[in-house]
Design a protein around this ligand. Structure first.
Ligand SMILES: Cc1cc2nc3c(=O)[nH]c(=O)nc-3n(C[C@H](O)[C@H](O)[C@H](O)COP(=O)(O)O)c2cc1C
Length: 209
């Protein structure tokens, strides 16, 4: 009897700890659903690891402009990205004009979201360097995520992008990234663990291939 009471007491204690932890997660945002942060009630800075593993590419944006300070943080994150040999080849064409966004989206059947993005950043380079471009793109998307702003990269036909935006021939056109506040009704919120990704066993080799 005494033993049973002890077992129930410890179960209750565990339950209470769970409730308190869930409450803390809700208040602090840690362990919560980062992509929902900033959508309405409040904005909570996201733990860096959670931001990385929980970020999903978002393609459904609210019709809500991105404030200059948030856009400034996104661009600053891009600017501060390290580059090979410190060449800093990345340049940003920031597109907010709706007609231009629609024209960009119309160049690909896989990039409809660009038409409804609040801002699209076209990542171009003075010298082609895929690794530098990728680092920069992810930094900007994570900085946006921290502000509750979703994003999705897209591959548009480079020549069409250059023509629409007047990008000179010596500048290398890379990928474009659409940014916008996430529509909670159309944001699929599967937890990071449910993502379809290759397992680490498939990805990783120890010491030698
Ligand atoms: C270089 C690059 C190009 C992409 N192009 C497109 C695109 O044209 N259209 C699109 O909807 N998603 C595009 N994506 C997004 C990928 O489909 C997305 O990263 C993938 O589905 C994983 O999404 P998740 O992180 O939400 O699981 C692109 C991603 C990358 C990295």
């Amino acid at each position: 009897m005494h033993l049973l009471a002890g077992r129930w007491a410890s179960r209750f204690a565990l339950y209470a700890v769970g409730v308190v932890a869930a409450g803390l997660a809700w208040v602090t945002g840690v362990g919560g659903v980062p992509h929902l942060h900033g959508l309405g009630r409040r904005r909570v800075a996201v733990d860096a690891y959670r931001a990385i593993v929980d970020k999903r590419d978002q393609r459904a944006f609210l019709d809500r402009p991105i404030a200059d300070d948030a856009l400034g943080r996104i661009l600053q994150a891009g600017r501060m990205t390290g580059s090979s040999k410190n060449v800093e080849p990345n340049r940003f064409v920031v597109v907010r004009d709706r007609a231009l966004l629609e024209a960009l989206a119309a160049t690909s059947s896989f990039a409809r979201c660009i038409a409804r993005a609040a801002v699209t950043i076209v990542l171009v380079q003075t010298r082609e360097h895929a690794f530098d471009a990728g680092r920069c793109a992810q930094n900007m998307m994570l900085a946006a995520w921290n502000d509750g702003i979703g994003s999705c990269p897209a591959h548009l036909p480079e020549a069409e992008v250059a023509r629409l935006l007047g990008i000179p021939p010596d500048i290398v056109v890379g990928r474009v990234i659409g940014f916008g506040y996430v529509d909670p009704e159309r944001a699929s919120p599967p937890p990071s663990v449910a993502r379809r990704r290759l397992s680490l066993t498939e990805l990783m080799h120890r010491d030698r291939w």
